[in-house]
Design a protein around this ligand. Structure first.
Ligand code: MN
Length: 390
């Protein structure tokens, strides 16, 4: 940072914008996309879309850490300390705004002034060019300009509602995965249920109404368990397992699952595992088959996609035919994935590809393998298990 670029007091919008760009780069370096908006006053807001269940304690802690890191690198330009005496001539990164008791001016709102400027989202390129040109005016908008910008650029803020990102090193507060082992909570037999529903079904033509037919026991909301174990045997890999017909159908995925639809991940079919394996974490002795450490990296439920009334038989059939589409609801993995068989390897093992489908959560920037390496059961890292017995 050039010393000559430092503000006299107080810091102006261009200095603020310069710090905004630092913030944007720091976040981008750890794989996080951010959005900018000008407040209509002297501030610049940096928004980090999450759309993952973190609470304010976590987002505030993350913001504080990032602010402190930038302050450590640019102590003459930036402060992360609350007191006004620290702020003279410096840009204050107000991490404490991440709180439910804070109100931040909305984009497209007007400031309370006689001739008000408006808060508005801006692209980081615009922020960059305003800094380059040293033109504060480039970041100030009248209400009319904001409306013109909306017509020209659309709503630059819209990704804040959809972009799904995770905070590195922080475990999100996820809803506990539903445990449904073969719908064992349903005690009535299929015949009993069919009898109970006979009148309901008799009155309806399900090809013509969107109401559920309730085929079979509980099949129209049939879901089953899935898990991914991280396994450091020889070469590190991830074992994907889907509960089906009383066992865990399994694939070894050397590079692990990806949220990026452009990534096709090899998945080698392995032998079926018992259901109880879903609870297994620990250390397999080195001289035994699969010797190494195992953690349950993710788990939750899956349902087969593409079938109006999916059931276990449809999963089994899809696996035989070599193409299975599933929707995963895990603590880390979410959304639609497809498994496609491509052939056999030299040892006669089935080779498949595991591919993320394009949906609302597909995202080439999100990589929970990197940002959330720990077990969903114990919080342990696979390295913790290696160290525990050495
Ligand atoms: Mn394995």
């Amino acid at each position: 940072m050039r010393r000559s670029g430092l503000p006299s007091l107080p810091a102006g919008l261009i200095e603020v914008a310069r710090v905004g760009l630092l913030l944007q780069r720091v976040l981008a370096d750890i794989g996080l996309a951010s959005l900018a908006k000008v407040s209509g006053g002297k501030g610049l807001h940096c928004c980090l879309p999450l759309n993952t269940p973190y609470d304010y304690t976590q987002s505030k802690e993350f913001a504080r850490t990032v602010a402190a890191r930038i302050e450590a690198h640019y102590p003459e330009l930036v402060t992360s300390k609350m007191g006004k005496e620290h702020r003279t001539g410096k840009v204050f990164i107000d991490w404490s705004q991440n709180d439910e008791h804070k109100s931040t001016v909305c984009p497209y709102s007007l400031r309370g002034e006689e001739r008000p400027l408006a808060a508005a989202p801006v692209s980081w390129d615009e922020v960059d060019s305003a800094v380059q040109r040293n033109q504060e005016q480039d970041l100030r908008f009248t209400p009319e300009q904001v409306i013109n910008r909306l017509n020209t650029f659309g709503d630059l803020m819209s990704p804040v509602l959809t972009r799904r990102q995770r905070l590195p090193g922080m475990r999100s507060r996820e809803i506990e995965p539903v445990r449904v082992w073969n719908n064992s909570d349903v005690t009535a037999s299929d015949a009993d249920i069919a009898g109970s529903l006979a009148e309901y079904r008799g009155k309806r033509r399900f090809e013509a109404t969107p109401e559920p037919a309730g085929t079979g026991s509980n099949q129209d909301k049939w879901r089953s368990s899935f898990l991914v174990q991280k396994h450091s045997a020889g070469r590190l890999h991830y074992d994907l397992r889907l509960e089906c017909e009383g066992v865990l159908k399994s694939w070894a995925v050397p590079r692990g699952p990806s949220f990026d639809p452009g990534q096709k991940r090899l998945a080698v079919r392995t032998e079926d595992h018992p259901l109880a394996y879903a609870e297994f974490e620990g250390r397999i002795p080195e001289d035994q088959y699969g010797g190494g450490q195992v953690i349950v990296w993710d788990r939750g439920t899956y349902s087969p996609a593409g079938s109006p009334y999916p059931d276990e038989a449809s999963v089994s059939k899809a696996l035989k035919e070599g193409k299975l589409e599933v929707t995963l609801q895990g603590a880390k993995l979410q959304g639609d994935f497809v498994l496609v068989r491509t052939g056999l390897d030299r040892q006669g093992k089935e080779q498949w590809l595991l591919i993320k489908k394009r949906d609302a959560v597909a995202n080439s920037l999100v990589d929970p393998l990197q940002t959330e390496p720990y077990s969903v059961l114990s919080g342990l890292w696979i390295e913790d298990l290696a160290e525990s017995e050495s």
